[in-house]
Design a protein around this ligand. Sequence first.
Ligand SMILES: *[C@@H]1O[C@H](CO)[C@@H](O)[C@H](O)[C@H]1NC(C)=O
Ligand SMILES: *[C@@H]1O[C@H](CO)[C@@H](O)[C@H](O)[C@H]1NC(C)=O
Ligand SMILES: *[C@@H]1O[C@H](CO)[C@@H](O)[C@H](O)[C@H]1NC(C)=O
Length: 751
Amino acid sequence: MKTRSFCSFFSLKHFITLCTLPRIVVAESAWNGYTPTQSGSGLFTSFYVPPGAKGYFATSSLLLYKGCWDTNYSPLFENKAIRSTSQKKASVSLSFDGTGIELFGNCEKRHGNITVRVDSQPGIVINTYCDSSHPRTGQRHYAKYDLPLGHHTVTVVNEDGVFTVNGFVVTRVATSSPRSVSSRGNSPTWSLTQKGSTGVSAMQLAITSNKHAIIIDKVEHNPLTIDGIPVWASLYDLDTHNLTPLKMESNSFCAGGAFLGNGTLINVGGNPVVADHTSPSDFGDLDGLQAIRLLEPCDSGSCSIYENHDHLRMASPRWYNTVVRIDDGSAMIIGGSKKGGWINNQTVNNPTIEYFPPKDIHGSKGLPIQMPFLKDTLNSNLFPIAFSLPDGRVFIAANNDAMIYDWKTNIERRLPPIPNGVRVTYPMTGTGLLLPLSSQNDYEPEILLCGGSTVDDTKAGSEISSQDAASSQCSRIVLTDEGIKAGWEVDHMPSARTMPDAVLLPNGQVVIVNGAGTGISGYGNVLNQVGVSNADNPVLTPCLYDPSAKLGSRFTSDSMPTSDISRMYHSVATLTPSGSIMIAGSNPNLDRSELKYGTEYRVEWLDPPYKHAPRPEILTFDSSIDFGRESNLGVKRVNSDSNLRVVLMDFGYVTHGVHANSRMVYLDVTGRSGNTLTIKGPPNGGVYPPGPGFLCIVEDGVPSPCVKILIGDGKGPEVNPEATENLLKSTQVDQYEKSKAKHSKGDDDSE
Ligand SMILES: *[C@@H]1O[C@H](CO)[C@@H](O)[C@H](O)[C@H]1NC(C)=O
Ligand SMILES: *[C@@H]1O[C@H](CO)[C@@H](O)[C@H](O)[C@H]1NC(C)=O
Ligand SMILES: *[C@@H]1O[C@H](CO)[C@@H](O)[C@H](O)[C@H]1NC(C)=O
């Protein structure tokens, strides 16, 4: 390593002739603090310059240095050079055009405080000290992403100790300021507002309390950090739009999730360390393929995620699995692929289900149970669409097929294929819902599947194009003997969509948002990629579906606002307790990117007309309601003559177009006196699997804000200690890592 020193004028016209030379010894290149020891390979790229952003390295002539600085050259540095100073008030500044700025530098024991000032804003003091005697390069000392698009100047002044510059990254994501679009007319109408940022890319979304949504991403260079280290999960405050970063140990890339009967959220599966085929980044995370992560929802926002693979894991690796809460309050974990990749195939398929907590059922002793349906539906069968039905069986759609699985007898009942060759699961992603259940028709279940693709799933990526048309088809079936005999009823959305999200509203209507008019899910696989997106032609206007209207007149996009944010692969949408629809995500990229179609952190709020109307309210309620039990609600009504209904909703766990556990049940109203309603809990766990839900009253189609309650006794699913013990005893942790090691020795790891 070579060192050169130079001095330049201070603005106070002092010419510095003497410089001390701090010796820089490079030990580890890292990101923001440290490289976790598990990482091993050390490939994690520090000083990440997202595609579309611009890096200004330490020796760039556009950086203006004042005072005495040393330049240290080493091939280990970003762009082979860093600059450092130990002189008080020595400074570096950069003028740039963009919307954000990041500062990267070293930390170690001799490093001290710096002041960072952007434009004329007050300076922020940052301590670049870290408890290490070796300098760690590539630490992100400072980041600001919400500057107005335009010309800015950042100045960094050394206050004490040593300060080392690796460089700056200028981000230029066009973050328009909060914006509201309303449709025409002066009657209450739909509106779309952009407000808030998710901090991590919103791949997975669930409402955890009256106040919070959890957002889960894969490991990537997200702006949200803990101790300077990027995180891949956040808690979003629905009232203040503030974020709490959540620490997670393993990579939750394409995990599924569900709430259990006791209200605990599980996040299941994910991705191995991806260095081998998703270079350049090894994020130093744990293999998440067998992970079960627990979160106890909390109103305070101080909840944390627990994981410990030695004691808590799945029996088998699963990427792109679906998790459904079933009628006993436990979770059924369905399918997935045994290792990372794209479209499923026989080699990587995991055609089994398992339960959490593990069950000893059909001789399984806690281990996976074969599901032939998942073999017969290859290749496009990941993230199956699944719903627990009122009789306790589970509807599952995968690829072009569907069935009803009786988990108690382990019997599959195959249903007619989805008409016209439409595939509905990853990467030919559609979306699905269980339509509202009511005692009025004895809880007759009806399934709606929308969007997807008819692209041949045996084709290689090189034979598929981002311009291949998506499907506009919606298929609907009543799951009674008679309904199955009648088969699927076909309808069409106003426009074709792959990767749509279907969101149930408390008034029984369905909003379909997000998605692309062409292409399929994923990135980097097909012809004519846009950036690296496998899809193109984002559909920017939501549509409304009225399940009770006549065939042919159920859809409308009239008076729906159009967004200017494309939401394709890794986008989400959910109903929130206030009745607004939260829309977030889109990231058809391996890592944070600002190219078309870049990593999208902005949140939009789609408000139905009822948000602008006088609304009823629930004033008092019981926080838990057991099956078949009566409970009193104190309500504020808008119109005492109104048509009043009480609904119980599960907003679901949303990822990849799958709204797992999404559900709406009309509760029977058994009494009314003044402002008190007596309602009856759902009859059993088939109609509403025990666990959390949201309760709302609906007057003439106008819902109140919803309140979180728990259905059932809250005790949670039965635990079978022998099954758990057998699972832990007879399966290994992180099987993918072991199979990978075997693979690199030349063995075939296929089964
Ligand atoms: C940086 O500032 C903090 C207080 O803001 C102080 O405790 C610390 O000693 C300073 N660091 C150095 C190296 O002087
Ligand atoms: C809920 O049940 C699961 C499975 O038995 C358990 O791991 C979790 O700790 C329980 N949560 C609470 C709050 O008891
Ligand atoms: C199956 O999928 C994996 C993961 O994407 C891939 O590595 C492998 O080449 C595929 N195998 C076949 C036979 O297509």
